[in-house]
Design a protein. Sequence first.
Length: 123
Amino acid sequence: MKLKVLTLLYLLSFIGIVFLASSGSPLSFVIYAKLKCIPFYDKILHFFLLGGMTFLVNTSFSTKKINIGRFAVLLGTLIIGTIITFEEFSQIFLPHRNFEIMDLICNYAGILAGSFISQNKIT
């Protein structure tokens, strides 16, 4: 039960971060000003935010798998991968955001890492 609450809080925090960035909130500019001194901070955040989210969602779903053709895919991985792909491409249409293929690549790398860790029970 605690894991599902933690997962929900993480997801809500992630949604809040995306909303702040997408809205052009002054707070997002303050955060950007603090973090921009760290090389590649944006890509690092994409990797770890999505990796953590994928790990928590897959673990909350008890690493449930679904079959897609000959492949068994973790349900949480499929859900997170699909949603984050749409979210990343939606940035093309938002004035305060910009689409970058490297962000998407870092998202997918984080999703793969989170999937691997959740599936192999490295906790």
